[in-house]
Design a protein around this ligand. Structure first.
Ligand code: NAG
Length: 158
């Protein structure tokens, strides 16, 4: 899926300018939202968060901090079989995930359900539990470590 997009972008780059602009325009936004469990060192508990990356395709694979984030739950959310929504405080944009009930048994990379905000639909896929990012509180040096269970990308990218 991601590979297909990258190849498309490369192909678009060698097409005439008018065409490549159009293609790149529709793909310019590579919004991605991750469904994560985060270990909070400050109180040794788990939270569930929706880290958002404006450039998820190339900007969320190497521990980059998200562009925005919001809490989906103050505990371990059961993503599977539930519709879970949260609103980003600074923009007021709400994101909802709807992961299918049996996605726990899915293979990494398998399509696992849908997401949506006010502007677009998202396709969600099983992730491998990798650490997406770690954030350190400068005052206390305590960290939040977020691990990815699912990743959701805007529909026009898949
Ligand atoms: C633990 O800390 C996180 C991050 O500050 C907070 O969101 C969460 O509500 C806290 N959990 C409890 C059980 O206090």
């Amino acid at each position: 899926m991601l590979r297909y997009t990258v190849i498309s972008l490369v192909a678009a780059a060698i097409l005439p300018i008018a065409v490549s602009n159009a293609v790149l325009q529709t793909r310019a936004s590579s919004d991605g939202v991750y469904l994560t469990y985060c270990w909070e060192e400050t109180n040794n508990t788990w939270t569930s968060q929706f880290p958002y990356y404006a450039n998820a395709l190339t900007g969320s694979q190497n521990g980059e901090l998200p562009d925005d984030n919001t809490f989906a739950a103050d505990s371990i959310a059961i993503w599977e079989g539930n519709r879970i929504c949260a609103t980003y405080a600074d923009t007021g944009v709400q994101f909802c995930s709807s992961i299918v009930a049996d996605a726990n048994s899915y293979a990494v990379g398998q399509f696992a359900g849908a997401g949506a905000n006010e502007y677009a639909g998202f396709n969600c896929f099983k992730d491998n539990g990798r650490q997406l990012f770690q954030k350190k509180d400068p005052a206390t040096s305590l960290t939040t470590q977020c691990f990815s269970r699912y990743y959701c990308f805007q529909e026009d990218q898949s």
